[in-house]
Design a protein. Sequence first.
Lengths: 348, 348
Amino acid sequence: MSIRRATIADVAREAGVSPSTASVVFSGKTPVSDATRRRVLDAAEALGYTGPDPLAASLRRGRSGIVGVVFEEHLGRAFQDPVKILMMDGLTESVAGMGAGLLLLRDQGDEPGAPSLTTAPVDAAVLVGCSGILRESLDVVRARGIPVVVIEGDAGDGIPRVGLDNRDAQRQAANHVRSLGHERVALVTLPVRSGWPGGWIDSDARITVDVTRDRLQGARDVYPDAPAYAAAGSFIDEGLAAGRVIFADPASRPTAVLAQSDLLAAGVVRAAEEAGLRVPEDVSVTGFDGIVVDGLAPYELTTIVQPTVDKGRAAGQAVVAMLRGEAAASISFTCEFRAGNTTAPPRG
Amino acid sequence: MSIRRATIADVAREAGVSPSTASVVFSGKTPVSDATRRRVLDAAEALGYTGPDPLAASLRRGRSGIVGVVFEEHLGRAFQDPVKILMMDGLTESVAGMGAGLLLLRDQGDEPGAPSLTTAPVDAAVLVGCSGILRESLDVVRARGIPVVVIEGDAGDGIPRVGLDNRDAQRQAANHVRSLGHERVALVTLPVRSGWPGGWIDSDARITVDVTRDRLQGARDVYPDAPAYAAAGSFIDEGLAAGRVIFADPASRPTAVLAQSDLLAAGVVRAAEEAGLRVPEDVSVTGFDGIVVDGLAPYELTTIVQPTVDKGRAAGQAVVAMLRGEAAASISFTCEFRAGNTTAPPRG
DNA sequence: ACAGGGTATCGAATCGATTCGACGCAAAGC
DNA sequence: GCTTTGCGTCGAATCGATTCGATACCCTGT
């Protein structure tokens, strides 16, 4: 019931050794005689000392063991995205190997007093997202001289990024659809910018989200004139909404829909069912991501499989490398096309 | 390109003021003349000083602005649970109000060097989970004298917990089913302990997970002899697996299944469809949680709605209160029964 | 012109540990 | 017996900021 928690100095005094020795007993950086170790440990026990204060230790070491993960959206929303979850999974795994933990942060200067990259004791940062909003975080982080890795975003300069061959991959899916003989194709894309409400976009639309733009280009490489509906987010519901619009007019119905995510594709499939269209007989649908979509059975999406977990892991490894002073290079992962049962030649 | 980052002392010197004044310019704790503020800010700008070092500031203040969230399972897995996500959402929101961020931690002493409650600079901790494993984290946290809140778990002592009236709520659902006239009922529960592979459990089974036990008791209050299949986790797939087993033998088929989560219930519904049973005509199904289950349309589960986000928010508020020195009390939330279209009287 | 009051700034102590060169002492080598 | 070696321990500086009582200063009231 001491009014003040015991410090290592107290422990040292109690044990009759110098603070440096006591410190070393806990850190193990230097050999200590068994007798001394015992005395210090006993003293600690007696005083209720549970180990060095993490803050003080971090200050001295100049390292907190915390990696900030910055999202550009509401956290609850980010975690609804299976791709981000899997990515976090890989990230957690690789930084844990370094003894680091993940601090959840949101890009955004609005709420004053909210935790941010400026005020959080992070050793490094991982920026997750696509839009340009993250620039802000990037500036902060660069000014502070903190190692940073960007996942799925444009970093510029010498900032390592973990990316995907989005355009090539999407083109591959589009080519698959074309080779099946489809001519009338519609595209369902991810949001074109943060806050996008959903709706058709024309070919000269400003797209600030890199992923959306790259995948769209891949599709346009094959179908330059395909109409594109940009959803409000990567959710089944949004795909459903998009699909309803796309299938609304029987006269202009496409025979194939290329969606930029599996969840969107799942929604499109559902919309097709609603409209009385059979998949893949009446309409083919492709996705992107290669995740397991709950409740889509017996459909198996024809999709592009991306190495989600690996992306996170790579980001973590890059961060760890930079923390060790090594220079980390950008890395681009390659997707793999996977044929499912949601694509087939068009009828007639 | 200085070899060493500028400190506030450097800025003060450059601006020709004392360190204390410079500090105050950034913290705003004390009024500063406009002229001085300008000089300090300019000096900072010139030196590339971006603000106080968070670690040093934290040490001095004795507060890091970080709340640790401890899960008892693999993080990737925890985030697959919509209930936990929603809870995190509420938690994030309420601690952000205090300017704090969330540090993801996993209970578990195995990996040495992995980030843990012992070594992480957290002001407070929120333990999420149900099993007894968290005891370990609890001890650590108590020894360190850190405020802690437990969500859905037994804390003992004076540790505030955020709970749910699981037993009452489940009993309510069971009563609903009984009032419809069902006699032969099967239960699908959450895991009985961490690492549980899934399978039937008998009535004297040891259940270390509080939530599972409480909800099971609620069901048993009404159906003392109902067979119970404990799933390996709260997933549609697990519910599907459980349902397949339950519906396997036509002779012993129940007319109703009470599942301990909506995802499990969704899986059970699917299993029923697979077995050629119509829901709710041939078999009634109830869930628990009240979340939106993607892909379950047109079914609307008869379920127990729990205030998920509120739970997280309450935990955050409790933590904030304790950090302010106030004593936080345990709080138990009440669920609400919601009738959907997955329950009906048994046939014949 | 001087006491009184309010502001803005300063000094110095402090938060709690880590680090590294110096040092003491005992065993070993010649 | 005296120097060398080496292991263990100690001192003191340091990490970078915050805090608060003290101080200097300017303005006002009489």
